[in-house]
Design a binder for this molecule. Structure first.
Ligand SMILES: Cc1cc2nc3c(=O)[nH]c(=O)nc-3n(C[C@H](O)[C@H](O)[C@H](O)COP(=O)(O)O)c2cc1C
Length: 501
């Protein structure tokens, strides 16, 4: 089994690398043996980029168009723009965790004079197992180069087929602290889900959010954003781990049944529940439909000790223990599912709608802070949306679920008109695709336990718990016990649910 390949795609408009500069970048990344070496390299290349700008006319205050054409005359084998710095750092961590890496600059293919050698991009996408796109933030969104790539994939079945089922992650660099890095990443996640990619954010060693976010405006400034680089490297690790797990999973076949949990978070007169029952009927799966619209879910207390204590996953660890609250009884459902599927019925006339959507998601915080119980589980919302409802619930569900360190799969959006889901066949096909991805990921997740792949196994990090809690050493040993128990459960599952082909 060869190493999975992560393709880094630069959507920078002022990229430094092109031509042979792509190749030498990969060589330089591979030669950086430690994070310190990488950081030195990033600083040095950002300075080169700044010098290139100065030499091309910034020092003499040449008009930007003159400077731009001088820059274009450079070979493109030195320097890094801000979003290229971000990409380089993520590729470095993907590579140090065991993936092979490659790099392309979109500006080489999509130039002012038109499209050149586009099939080379297609070939690169076909060869890759994971795709990492880094873009500067432009108006709270991706660059026009990123946009062209996404449009091209959307328009061409061969391009769509090239990325289908592969893992995607994004990086965004903007000049302002809240300049739209997150909106950029979210829009891109939605687009990549839409072309059937599996999407991940940054890892739980950083913040488990939407990807890497850099804060850098002027040329040469990205290397000083330590926090941003932590998130970009976390994104590199995340895509690397998931790509490797998926690749290892291919050596296995499923023995048992897939186990799916459906969280019905918003419904009206049982419409969504009925649809889910219809969707799963005849499928050889273990499905648990939890109708949260019939449960009492108190809102989160926003306490400062979540979870209440460190313990094994089977223990309910939310501070709310009221008998009137149904979450504690539900807790066993959260253990060991292969897919978590939020289900939402979004009606235009919301008068009969019952929703526990936000309250429930708030309350799942203890699962996240209790060391990401849902980590590496596939998640895709099913949203039944009446024409004219405009609630965008799939966007909200996707952005909340990624915080649980899940792997996102395409949301299934049923369009409801006159009580009928008019694209029901599409939902059924989408559900089959979801089951397929679910099986691949589940096999991959378990396969990492059978290989000597310590670095790929999910290691819980969790949050630093409040100072009033247990002593550090005691806490650590409980945390280790929790990890051991989680490993053991996965190993048991490995023995019963999958076998070597
Ligand atoms: C047309 C344009 C729009 C921009 N819009 C934003 C924005 O919405 N938010 C932001 O934080 N930065 C914005 N920026 C700043 C760039 O994202 C920032 O300079 C970034 O570092 C460029 O990355 P690069 O060096 O890889 O090209 C914008 C820059 C330009 C030229």
């Amino acid at each position: 089994m060869g190493k999975p390949l992560i393709l880094g795609v630069s959507a920078s408009l002022r990229n430094a690398r092109r031509g042979l500069g792509n190749k030498s970048l990969i060589e330089d990344i591979k030669q950086s043996k430690s994070e310190d070496e990488l950081m030195n390299f990033l600083k040095q290349e950002a300075e080169v980029h700044l010098r290139n700008f100065q030499d091309s006319g910034r020092t003499e205050s040449l008009p930007f168009d003159k400077m731009y054409s001088n820059l274009k005359k450079l070979k493109g084998n030195k320097g890094l723009s801000n979003s290229e710095v971000a990409l380089t750092s993520a590729l470095w961590s993907a590579h140090s965790l065991g993936c092979d890496i490659d790099h392309i600059s979109l500006s080489e293919y999509y130039s002012e004079s038109g499209v050149q050698n586009e099939t080379e991009i297609l070939q690169k996408l076909k060869d890759a197992d994971g795709i990492l796109i880094s873009t500067p933030v432009y108006f709270g969104d991706r660059s026009s180069l990123g946009q062209t790539l996404i449009e091209t994939i959307r328009k061409n079945p061969e391009w769509k087929a090239a990325v289908k089922g592969k893992v995607y992650a994004g990086l965004a660099v903007g000049a302002k602290r809240n300049g739209g890095q997150e909106t950029t990443l979210i829009y891109q996640i939605l687009d990549m889900l839409n072309v059937d990619m599996l999407c991940v954010g940054n890892d739980s060693e950083t913040t488990s959010q939407y990807g890497g976010t850099g804060l850098a405006g002027d040329v040469g400034t990205m290397p000083s954003d330590d926090y941003g680089l932590a998130t970009t490297m976390g994104t590199g690790r995340r895509i690397s781990r998931v790509a490797q797990a998926l690749s290892m999973g291919e050596e296995y076949k499923l023995r048992g049944k897939l186990k799916l949990q459906f969280w019905v978070l918003q419904d009206s007169e049982g419409y969504a529940v009925e649809r889910i029952q219809k969707l799963i009927s005849g499928k050889d799966i273990d499905a648990e439909i939890v109708d949260l619209t019939t449960k009492t879910i108190h809102r989160c207390l926003a306490c400062d000790i979540c979870p209440t204590h460190v313990s094994t996953d089977d223990e309910y660890r939310c501070i709310i223990k009221s008998k009137k609250d149904d979450l504690e009884d539900m807790h066993p459902v959260f253990l060991d599912s292969d897919a978590v599927i939020p289900v939402i019925y979004s009606k235009k006339d919301a008068a009969s709608t019952v929703s526990n959507y936000q309250k429930f998601l708030e309350r799942t915080r203890y699962l996240r802070r209790g060391d990401y119980l849902l980590s590496n589980t596939i998640s895709a919302p099913i949203v039944l949306e009446e024409v004219g409802a405009h609630e965008n619930m799939h966007v909200r569900a996707v952005t909340s679920m990624i915080r649980h360190h899940t792997v996102l799969s395409k949301p299934l959006i049923g369009i409801v008109h006159k009580n009928d889901v008019i694209n029901w066949d599409e939902i059924k096909n989408g559900f089959d695709d979801l089951l397929h991805s679910c099986e691949r990921l589940m096999k991959g997740k378990l396969a990492t336990y059978s290989h000597d792949q310590e670095h790929l196994k999910y290691k819980p990090i969790g949050y630093v718990l409040s100072a009033v809690k247990d002593k550090e050493d005691e806490k650590l040993s409980r945390r280790e016990a929790m990890m051991d128990e989680r490993y053991r459960r996965n190993e048991d599952k490995l023995a019963t649910k999958i076998e070597k082909k």
